[in-house]
Structure formats: C-alpha cells, structure tokens
Write a protein that binds this ligand. Sequence first.
Ligand code: UGA
Length: 464
Amino acid sequence: MKISVIGVGYLGAVHAASMAELGHDVIGLDIDAPRVQRLTAGEAPFHEPGFAALLRRGLDSGRLRFTTDHDELADADAHFLGLGTPQRADGFGADLSALHAAVDALATVLSRRGGTPTIVVGKSTVPAGTARDLAVRLEQVPGVRLLWNPEFLREGYAVRDTLSPDRLVYGVRHPESSGADGQAGDGQRAGAEGDASGSSELEVGMLDAIYAPLLEAGVTRLVMGFEAAELVKVSANAFLATKISFINAIAELCEATGADVTDVAGALGMDDRIGGKFLRAGVGFGGGCLPKDIRALIAGAEDLGLGQSVGFLREVDAINQRRRVRVVEMAREMLGPLRGRRITVLGAAFKPDSDDVRDSPALEIASRLMAAGAQVTVTDPEALENARHHVEGLVTVADTAEALRGAELVMLLTEWRRYRDLHPAEAAALVAAPRIIDGRTVLDPRAWREAGWDLRALGRPGDP
Ligand code: UGA
C-alpha cells in the first residue's frame, strides 16, 4: 500500500521506517528541510536503538523516501499524522497548530484525488474532541475518512513498540458500524466499497490492511469512538505518571521512617493487580510526553468544567517536582553550602537509551545546583549536545572517568547501564571525596558503602 507519514519527528520517522519494514511504499513529509535531508541520507536525527538500521534498510529497499513537497503525497492511499502537539506557551493545554496546518495542506492535496478512498490516520497525542473537529474538515473531501490511532511507543524501545505493540487502538467516527469484531482483523477489506456516510467499515478495513502483518502475528486491535481512542492515550500516560508519583510519595514516607522504598515497591509489584513496572522511585518522570500530557489532561478537563475529576493529577505533578528539589537538599545535607563545590552529574537525558533532554530531571537538577553556585560537570553517553543547547553555560565531559575525577559529590540522575555498572572501588579512586546520591535507586548501597562511599538514595535509609 502507498502510505505517507506527515511530520517525521521522533514518532513519525520511526513510524515511516517501520511501515516500510512491513512492506509498504512510504513517503515521509516534513517542513523541516535539513531533517528531510538527513533522513534521506540515512542519518538518524536522534538516538534510538535499532532505528538507524531500519531507516537504512527502508532507503536501500526503495520503499522509503522523504520529501518537503506536499504534491508528492497525492498518490498515497493512507496518510499518517505524526505531528508534535507540544505544551502551549501558557504551560497548560496542547498546541495543535502544527496539526491543523498539516491537515489544511493535506486536504488541498486530497481534493485532487477525485473521490478515491483515502484514509487519514491521526497518531499525535491530542485532547478529546480533536479528531471529531478534524474529521469535519477532512471528510468534506470526497472519499476521505479519518481514524485516530494513538501511538504508545516508548523512547529507547520505539522500533520494538511500533512493530510489536501491546495493542492497536482505532478511533473511528461510527464505532458501532465499523464491521470490527474487536479482534485481530483479516486485513482483507482494503478497498472494499464502504458506506460513505454512516459506517466506519471502509477505513477500518484499510487500516487493517496496513497493519496486516501485526494482526496476523496476533496483536489485538480495538475499535472504539474517536474520543475514547484519544482518551486511551492520555489516560495511559497519566496512569504511568501517577504510578511513578505514587511510589515517590511513598519514598517520602520511607525517608521519614527509615524504610527502604525498593523493599516496598518490590513487594507491591508482586501483586499482579498492581504490577512491578513504573514503580522505581527516584527523581521522577520527565521527557516530552508524561509531564506535558498530564497538564494537557488537566486543562482539557477544566475546559469541560471537570477540573475536580483530575485534580489529583496536579498532585502527581507536584510530587514529581518536589523530588527534584529534594535531591538538591540532599546534596546540601551532604556538602553544606554548595557554592564552589565540585559536583558530577551522571546522566543528562530524561531516561537511558535516549538523547532527549526535554523536561529532563537530571538537567533541571544540574541547573538548580549551578544556580546555588556549585561547579557542576555533567556527563552522558548520548545527550550532551542536546544538553548544552538546553542549559546555558553547562560544563559537559563525555568520558565517565574524566567526569568523576576530582568530584566532591557524584549524583546519578539517569540510570544508563554504564553508570549502574560503575565499579565502586574504581570510581572511589577517581573522586576527591567518595560521596554519591543515587537519584534512581539503582545502586547496591551495601557494595558502595563497603567501598568507602557515603551513599544516599531517595527513599532509602542513609548510612546504617
Ligand atoms: C511515555 C510512555 O511510556 C509511552 O507509552 C508513550 O507512548 C510516550 O510517553 C508518548 O506519549 O509518546 P517515554 O516518554 O518514552 O514514554 O518514557 P517512559 O519510559 O514512560 O519514562 C518516562 C519518565 O518516567 C522517564 O523520565 C523515566 O525515567 C521515568 N520513570 C519511569 C521513573 O521515574 N520511574 C519508573 O519506574 C519508570
């Protein structure tokens, strides 16, 4: 099938390359010409395990290409919208301007197709109600139908999550008449004559045809209304954020009582109604999604007069912010006044296996330490360039040993494998004083203390 992906940022680029991998003929469009050039040259514009190889395979096969020219989209039968919906400048709510601009440009191209069945598939994270608005605009064009197919990929696992997702969610205008059985589809309905007015069967069949290899491999697809599909996405992220803040709130109690939050989380997670994932206490969640999505969900609920329904999410956000402040206090408890003290921060990305520094706890904490007058050195395997753009005057060192040399305090804030695997005795030989704060509860306190380190961790008891 001929497919376009509009907006080849993180989500769109991974989706485009993954769809080429499934055998489709894919064109990725972006208004960012340098990005299009880089992708065309087979260069990954971000760090994501497995993506560069997938991109090159797609380009070499001739099934994947990139453009800035909307006219090149005209012969595609399906168009995925992968545009970003960043937080608005006022701090709340999603900025949908890129999405609207893309839909307007696309509608012009589609109006020249003479009614040929075409689907537009939204993948961006949007407030409930967005798809219905866009459908009004798009479905004025004969033959065009919209679906909302949210994306649940995680950075660091983006390729795996796209090619073997936990589930596929299709939001459609008429879920009750979609011809869907709620189970994996047969992928055979593409191009079927659909009822253009009151049924969603045609668009569901076309999307099934695109995802046929996934459906055949047993991935469940769920068909529902537009608003439900939009809400699945934001509520999934809100739930994950809540889980993290929940354990971080318990970490605050652990700090006050001398309990170890990793003991509590380990035992909690064994209840399979709770599950062990996303219960790792520490400096909390960051990135381009979780923080922005909870704030957008709050804003959307308030617009509906339902602020109270999601009022707890304000607390989820507040707990998350508090952890960043707390870890700086911990540094003060260990060092006294921070002015002039040499602190090494391990990690800049918002999480390991990513070079993304958006709303990164590590960088915000580094900035707070700098503001308090500390001499901060930040190291990270992949994110230093982005980090320097993000924080003015940031001192960065790529090599871990060099970064550790002379430190009076080390703070592990992003749990890259190489930091988790640091050898306590070898690290002790490099620093000026063996003090460490484990901001991600990943180090073995006993091993580090035995090697002479003064180790503190969020939510874990101090030196016995
Ligand atoms: C998140 C969701 O997990 C994806 O399902 C979703 O598709 C994506 O947002 C999105 O909306 O695009 P991502 O932002 O890549 O994915 O990162 P996560 O793996 O969810 O981690 C988010 C943050 O939570 C990181 O800063 C991480 O360090 C932190 N975290 C995670 C914890 O502090 N504790 C945990 O136990 C787990």
